[in-house]
Design a protein around this ligand. Structure first.
Ligand code: AMP
Length: 190
């Protein structure tokens, strides 16, 4: 089973993906984490994307696509992927379908974590004090929220039309959301 999980910054994508990965023996593929690793390792790519990430904009589709293809093409992760933070726009959603098809796979479930801007602001400020992510500063976090809102609607429609979309209210507690998502996964596992 492969799934995508998306939601605005601070919605709990990372936390929930991590939980699901452990519970169902899946691999959490966080594009944000992959990109931050490039920055931390001071690679050439890291140098190119630093200012983009820290401005709250999206890194180019091509860069992110290349990063994820190596995981999709890896037999070890076949049908075991949770896409955390990908796709972020309709081009990426279509690209993901094409890449998966190339490796004889598909998406089985798309989870949208829906959370209000008020909650997002509160959570990001909390996270900022713990993780010290440069892009969690309030103005950049709001820019990331706007970037998300601007691009995500066609992605939601894309998965809705394929009958893969499930919306989970991200305002509930972490453990309540854990249960809700687990139930959705159990239901498709049959
Ligand atoms: P995240 O950890 O998912 O909040 O992502 C942090 C930042 O990484 C985003 O604000 C983007 O700048 C970049 N990023 C993560 N995933 C993607 C993606 N799928 N496409 C483009 N940029 C991305």
């Amino acid at each position: 089973m492969n799934l995508v999980i998306f939601g605005p910054p601070g919605a709990g994508k990372g936390t929930q993906s991590n939980f699901i990965a452990k519970k169902f023996n899946l691999f959490q593929l966080s594009t944000g984490a992959l990109l931050r690793r490039e920055i931390d390792n001071k690679t050439k790519l890291g140098g190119e994307i630093l200012s983009i990430i820290n401005s709250g904009n999206l890194v180019s589709d091509q860069i992110v696509s290349e990063l994820i293809e190596s995981f999709i093409g890896n037999k070890e992760f076949k049908n075991k992927l949770i896409f955390d933070g990908y796709p972020r726009n309709i081009e990426q959603a279509q690209n993901l379908n094409n890449l998966l098809q190339k490796y004889d796979q598909k998406i089985d479930l798309a989870i949208e974590l829906s959370v209000s801007l008020k909650t997002i602001k509160k959570r990001i400020l909390e996270r900022q004090s713990q993780e010290k992510r440069a892009d969690d500063k309030e103005d950049i976090a709001i820019k990331r929220y706007e970037t998300y809102e601007k691009n995500i609607r066609p992605v939601i429609d894309f998965y809705k039309q394929s009958n893969l979309l499930k919306v989970v209210k991200g305002e509930a507690s972490i453990s309540e959301i854990n249960v809700e998502i687990s139930d959705l996964i159990e239901a498709i596992k049959g």
